[in-house]
Design a binder for this molecule. Structure first.
Ligand SMILES: C[S@@+](CC[C@H](N)C(=O)[O-])C[C@H]1O[C@@H](n2cnc3c(N)ncnc32)[C@H](O)[C@@H]1O
Length: 258
């Protein structure tokens, strides 16, 4: 039977993550993911379902796929999915699931630091859900993601919002994301001097959406999400710390010719 992790056990999960890393918490994390915690069901996953109908026959890299929840959801909708993660144990759980119910997902145990096994322009889309906040060298990784994605392909990124309570509690989080983090790579803003001439990283941010609610407060989403997203600049600048949102998602186009 699937086990929902809550209360004291949930606290233990977070503590374990801090101390021992993904391999050591693979079973408990996979149970939590598969059971569908409140966070995953109501905050983290709904954006995935916006993809329905758009992924048929697309080749997708699920970067930091964990135990394969997102990979399976995409494969069920007709995508050809490759999952990469550095936790051997989480990948074993993903592979077990694939053996029981084959969906054609191809899993690789590797670090995102080395994507050299993939050809240039191999993927239509890359999903990176709750992984970029763990990555130390973001720009080289984005350059590699740009290389292996087709022209006009999509990077679909979800990360904790920078003022989220959980963001600072987790010492494995090494970076923080605002609505404007990826504008840096568009070459149009005030602070893109370092990467402006970088042809390896021509990105166009198409959509940014902040999600406010956490846990039992998610019923407030219908009210707060539209308000926070009305002016993301105003929210980030003046009240992100008063009403901290939970998550932010980006749809980013990869531009190769022009
Ligand atoms: C919060 S989990 C998210 C898993 C999955 N994307 C999901 O939404 O269920 C973060 C995952 O990123 C993986 N990860 C973190 N840093 C990584 C790296 N440098 N290379 C590959 N995987 C990494 C961890 O092993 C873990 O499985």
């Amino acid at each position: 039977m699937k086990k929902v992790i809550k209360g004291k056990n949930k606290k233990n999960l977070v503590g374990e993550l801090k101390r021992k890393g993904w391999d050591r918490v693979a079973d408990v994390y996979a149970n939590d993911r598969r059971a569908g915690s409140i966070h995953h069901r109501f905050i983290s996953d709904p954006a995935l379902f916006e993809l329905v109908g758009k992924v048929l026959d697309k080749k997708i890299l699920d970067a930091g796929c964990g135990e394969g929840f997102i990979s399976r959801e995409l494969a069920r909708r007709g995508a050809k999915v490759v999952g990469v993660d550095l936790s051997g144990k989480l990948l074993k759980l993903a592979q077990n699931e694939e053996s029981k119910n084959p969906l054609g997902v191809n899993y690789h145990c590797a670090s995102l630091n080395d994507l050299s096994r993939f050809r240039s322009g191999e993927f239509d889309m890359i999903t990176a859900f709750h992984v970029l906040e763990h990555v130390k060298d973001l720009i080289p990784l984005l350059e590699e993601m740009h290389r292996i994605t087709k022209d006009n392909g999509v990077l679909w990124v979800k990360v904790p919002f920078y003022s989220a309570w959980g963001q600072f509690n987790d010492p494995t989080h090494v970076r923080f994301f605002t609505s404007f983090t990826f504008s840096y790579f568009q070459g149009k803003n005030n602070y893109s001097h370092e990467v402006k001439k970088n042809d390896k990283l021509n990105l166009k941010v198409q959509k940014v959406r902040i999600h406010f609610a956490v846990g039992r407060l998610k019923f407030l989403n219908w009210l707060f999400d539209p308000l926070l997203n009305l002016s993301q600049a105003f929210y980030c600048r003046f009240y992100a710390w008063i009403f901290p949102a939970c998550e932010i998602e980006y749809k980013i186009r990869v531009i190769k010719n022009g």
